[in-house]
Design a protein around this ligand. Structure first.
Ligand code: C5P
Length: 239
């Protein structure tokens, strides 16, 4: 398979066409951004850790009956994916109150959310990702009621799978963001599942093990990403 031309470039990943129809190459770059792109840096090696963790979670989800865009890994930081018709929704599942939900609503940081809360934002740089509700999603023709039901059910199923996996490794899954796309009449998980798209807290110390370290200058980002990637990729109790 050969890489042909650049199809799309986002804040931290680039997608290329290949000479095989329907197969794309996704490159996790070393760029990191926060606060709607206001803060940005390049951290050598970051892309590799995010690709490694995303690959691991995509494979693990597939083993647990969840369909994703992941096909195979090509080289460190680069994966082959199915070409989805992306749905411009950021589907966030929250188990513990943190981040924007604490800023915008009267939740206390660290308060458990049981049952988990799903928040769906409109993925639109020009509109700064505003929060949607079901009626807005239908009025904007972003998804049908059947698709939205399936997206929410899949997001909750993924939450159960990842929460249990991380819990066994001493990590609380505070919240995470998913993106979905259409593929041959099905809805598949796309984009990435990594330290850039999740909030992870050490169960013992409460320390952030994710992009909040970068957002709020809480420590060495690369050291944190390397450490959490190792914990995620190792059996429980081994890292
Ligand atoms: O900022 P907020 O608290 O709404 O983020 C919730 C979760 O979604 C966090 O884990 C964050 O990293 C992720 N997120 C993301 N991409 C965005 C917005 C949020 O991955 N554009």
């Amino acid at each position: 398979m050969k890489q042909v031309d650049l199809l799309y470039t986002g804040k931290a990943k680039s997608v290329y066409r290949t000479d095989e129809p329907g197969i794309y190459i996704m490159k996790f770059r070393d760029d990191i951004t926060a606060f709607d792109g206001e803060k940005k840096d390049t951290l050598s090696g970051k892309g590799r850790y995010n690709a490694e963790v995303s690959t691991f979670f995509f494979r693990y989800l597939e083993e647990n009956g969840i369909r994703t865009h992941y096909i195979r890994s090509i080289e460190p930081g680069t994966i082959a994916v199915r070409g989805l018709e992306m749905i411009p929704l950021e589907v966030i599942v929250r188990n513990v109150a943190a981040g924007s939900i604490v800023r915008n609503y009267p939740f206390k940081e660290g308060e458990p959310l049981d049952p988990p809360v799903i928040v769906i934002d409109f993925k639109s740089d020009t509109h700064h990702d505003p929060m949607l509700n079901d009626d807005l999603i239908y009025a904007l023709n972003l998804a049908t009621p059947e698709e939205l039901d399936q997206i929410k059910a899949t997001a909750l199923a993924i939450n159960d799978i990842l929460r249990e996996y991380l819990d066994a490794r001493g990590i609380t899954l505070v919240d995470f963001k998913l993106e979905f796309g259409r593929y041959n009449g099905e809805i598949l998980v796309g984009d990435e599942i990594s330290m850039d798209s999740m909030r992870l807290w050490d169960k013992e110390t409460g320390a952030s093990l994710d992009k909040d370290v970068y957002r709020f200058n809480k420590g060495d980002v690369m050291e944190t990403y390397a450490g959490v990637a190792k914990r995620i990729l190792s059996p429980p109790g081994e890292s």
